[in-house]
Design a protein around this ligand. Sequence first.
Ligand code: ZN
Length: 469
Amino acid sequence: MNKIILSLFLFFNYQFMDAQQFANQLFNAYDDFKETKLSHRRFKHADIVPLIEKLSEHDDFKVVKAGKSVEEKDIFHITYGQGDIVLLLWSQMHGDEATATMALFDLFNFLSADHPAFSDFRAAIKNKLSIHFIPMLNPDGADRFQRRNAMNVDLNRDAQKLEFPESQVLKKVRDETQADFGFNLHDQSKYYNVALTENTAALSFLAPAYDYEKGINGTREKAMQLIAVMNETVQQFLPGHVGRYNDDFEPRAFGDNIQKWGTSTILVEAGGIRGDEEKQLNRKVHFCLLLSAFISLADGSYSSKNVAAYEAIPKNDRKMADLILRNVELTADGKTKSVDISFKSDEVQNDDATAFYNKGYIDDIGDLSTFYGYTEFDAGAYSLKKGKLGEISDPEDIDQLKCLKKRYGDLLWPGIKNHFKYKHFDVNIHERKEEMEDEISPGKNPSLFLVKEGKIRYAIVNAKLIKVQ
Ligand SMILES: [Zn+2]
């Protein structure tokens, strides 16, 4: 009897707490649920298999193998809850977009934990929702840490043709479950910003269009309402860092088609956050926003949101760079002009995709007043000099800062080929002389130096500003 009264109390107590208060509590308790076996983006299919096997032993979860990838790796379909509202979440359709997969394993820990502070929430989710998960839809791409699958195809252009087994799994589970809501979980480039601001687009949302006219039917409207809730969640933790993705209709994409097939579909794109290269903060916010969406679906509160709240989310833009030097004095042919220079970088990975380094390049030169840098520096009081090429016989002996103080931004070492680890250095190490790029031009990667009163103050190597003095 007491138990009934207690659970009634908890039920009503929970009714008075909205999705945002819940998200806030989750944020503070996150460490209790974080899946510590996943600690960076470059985990493999083999890393998640034991976690899924463990989950299959839990009474509240049902785990089935829904199909296999091109290279015959298992793609799992995990189910939780027995409610009437059916959800389907899939992550890592693009193999190098791992943030949401990490958050899903945190979520599984939350749902399987016996945490008294959240037992009423978990009960509400379990009783009102039936949730289907496909974590890591593209295991072959994930193992290579590449966007495309093993046959170099972008699965997000295969929703109509369904040529590939990974696409067939998603379509099959969507059709079997006839999900009311779909969560299409991706990562976007770190160079997206919230339009007209220096804020990175840490999270971007979209209720994809189902036709070229971008109509809004009941299915799409519900997705917009739920996004309004998820936006509020992110704003709590990363104010001003949410963008609304472009809604041009793409007839071959999954989000657009799943919306068309009658599942209210939400695209979530995890972007960049300053200082969060491995996306562990983004993962934490992801965990909170998915659970706040679940709770607002369970109690129906999302339906009080309107389309205008969705449309008020500022647009995504793509105006970030790793580094912008402002007011640089650039000299050529005896003429000196003041310009901004922006730098970006690509991740270059080793053969088994377990490690990477950032290879920088100049992105643009000129008036870059509409662009924003993760790092910005006013170089107006400095003169710009190119780096020099030195030679070394063993990188273990070199003092990187000392090299930079002498303006050696590039070093020649014929043995670099098989020594990937030295690519992380703050000086560029080349196998051959011809690899050094010294042109100040878009696409090139010169090492540059900022000099003041005859002294080298800063170096720019691989899109990174390094303080020398
Ligand atoms: Zn993607």
